[in-house]
Design a protein around this ligand. Structure first.
Ligand code: IMP
Length: 502
């Protein structure tokens, strides 16, 4: 006979935190969101930690190099998607590792034979007043000059004036070469009273720009996540099919941690993958596994040597697994059971294996609930897909800007490796959809607001660290009428605009 679980499968929306005593030092400025990323033994520290408990989903529409750089600067981590060729995934990882803080890829570029009209249009589109002039109008073309708003007067000049006639030409520019450090670049900026220093390679192609205003980049990104060599940290997704070729390529390109991306983690395929990586590349290579939704799944992956374990099946915003296959579990119920299993395993073995709550976060407060329920960190797809830095198009739909967001199990992504154990390279049926999500602006602004809410709630329950919150949190299941009470009710709202990011 089948086994029945008596309690219903619950979601984050069905829970609320009860406020607890806060002492005077419980203010958001004192909250520390550092969290372990990989397993560690009692009395020791995790060898890899996050400075904020957020990682981005292993998805084509989420985790490209641009988002990975932006997220690491805020203290989180991206796992570059694996549903692409080994070469292109390794190239993305390399780009993140090559990124040097304070060196930015020029995103306003123009050709020398374009006109003042084109320049004004570009400035309106990007909002940037420093424009690189390159032979092909791209960020890495041969650098021919720089134009800033000090070089032209829109109302006094013929709109058809070519850029070449008023740009500062290359021969008059001060520039740095690729090997320059940020300190040396800043010295050049100060010594020559520059606002911008272009960095070029041996062939004269533009590599990046260093801005005077970014001088104290570290002050702007105090939580930036980097390795000992001050390179940003980046993760990479892998699958259970081509790991023998993919893993060495990703490690060679500098990936700091790997994660098996699969719709189902309680499998022999995951065990084989972890074993192969540890035996071939060494125990020090970190690999996360999943996804699982219960104690049995957690114990299995823990015993196979997973460095962290991902929780969640069927809760993703673009996911149709539960409707298609009738399998999965409410994200809150899954997380609560797996968090208990992690604590039990720690008490038994002295090994703490961090768990990651993956999918199903709709509102910012769901993140706080997930952390209170025991998640060490959270993986998000829809949340990050809405930002400038996600790799998808921004599109105007019915009067609103939207970003595209599609599931790895959709026909668009065709990520058969995530869903099948066989190698017939086919998705027989879809488990995800192709969708739009509302465009929300920059990652930095949004993550800032989201985490301000998390910190504030942590203070409401008297906790300054995530582990304190897990211990102190009291959660209650809400009734359907108390959900109504929790929203705006019985008033006619003047303005529906809120500052909520989700
Ligand atoms: P979200 O944050 O709710 O959008 O969920 C993101 C998570 O959904 C990912 O990290 C994956 O675990 C999962 N996921 C991604 N693509 C699919 C799909 O096509 N079907 C089902 N789940 C998916």
């Amino acid at each position: 006979m089948a086994t029945y679980i008596d309690t219903p499968s619950r979601t984050f929306n069905e829970y609320l935190l009860i406020p607890g005593y806060s002492s005077a030092e419980c203010v958001p400025e004192n909250v520390d969101l550092t969290t372990p990323l990989v397993k560690y033994k009692k009395g020791q520290e995790s060898t890899l930690s996050l400075n904020i408990p957020l990682v981005s989903a292993i998805m084509q529409s989420v985790s490209g190099e641009r988002l990975a750089i932006a997220l690491a600067k805020e203290g989180g981590l991206s796992f570059i998607f694996s549903s692409q060729s080994i070469e292109s995934q390794a190239a993305m990882v390399r780009k993140v590792k090559m990124h040097k803080a304070g060196f930015v890829t020029s995103d306003s570029n123009i050709k020398a034979d374009q006109t003042l009209t084109d320049l004004v249009a570009l400035k309106e589109e990007t909002g940037h007043s420093t424009v690189a002039v390159t032979d092909d109008g791209t960020a890495h073309g041969k650098l021919l000059g720089i134009v800033t708003s000090r070089d032209y007067r829109v109302h006094r000049m013929d709109p058809n004036t070519p850029i070449s006639s008023f740009m500062t030409p290359f021969k008059d520019l001060v520039y740095g070469d690729e090997s320059i450090t940020l300190t040396e670049a800043n010295d050049l900026i100060w010594d020559n009273k520059l606002n911008t220093l272009p960095i070029i390679d041996k062939e004269g192609n533009l590599v990046s720009l260093v801005f005077r205003k970014d001088y104290d980049s570290h002050k702007q990104h105090p939580l930036e996540l980097h390795d000992k060599a001050k390179r940003l940290l980046v993760g990479a997704g892998i699958n259970t099919h081509d790991y023998e070729e993919r893993v060495p390529a990703l490690l060679a390109s500098g990936a700091d941690i790997l994660c098996i991306d699969s719709s189902e983690g309680f499998t022999e395929w995951q065990a084989r993958t972890i074993r192969h990586i540890k035996e071939t590349h060494g125990e020090h290579i970190k690999v996360g596994a999943g996804n699982i939704v219960d104690r049995a799944g957690f114990r299995f992956l823990a015993e196979q040597g997973a460095d962290f374990i991902k929780v969640g099946i069927g809760g993703g915003s673009i996911c149709i697994t539960r409707e298609t296959k009738g399998i999965g579990r409410g994200q809150a119920s899954a997380l609560i059971e797996v968090a208990a299993a992690r604590d039990e395993y720690f008490a038994e073995t002295g090994v703490y294996i961090p768990i990651c709550s993956d999918g199903g976060i709709v509102h910012d407060h769901h993140m706080t609930l997930a952390l209170a329920m025991g998640a060490d960190f959270i993986m998000l797809g829809r949340y990050f897909a809405r930002f400038d830095e996600s790799p998808t198009n921004r599109i105007f739909v019915n009067g609103t800007y939207m970003k595209e967001y599609w599931g790895e199990g959709s026909n668009r992504a065709r990520n058969w490796q995530r869903y099948t154990a066989t190698a017939d390279k086919k998705l027989v049926f879809e488990e995800g959809v192709d969708s739009y999500v509302p465009y929300a602006g920059s990652l930095r602004d949004n993550v800032g607001v989201t985490l301000a809410k998390v910190r504030s709630t942590m203070c409401n329950i008297g906790s300054l660290t995530l582990s304190q919150m897990r211990e102190k949190a009291t959660l209650t299941v809400v009734s359907s009428t108390s959900i109504v009470e929790g929203g705006v009710h019985d008033v006619l709202q003047k303005d529906s605009h809120t500052f909520s990011t989700t």
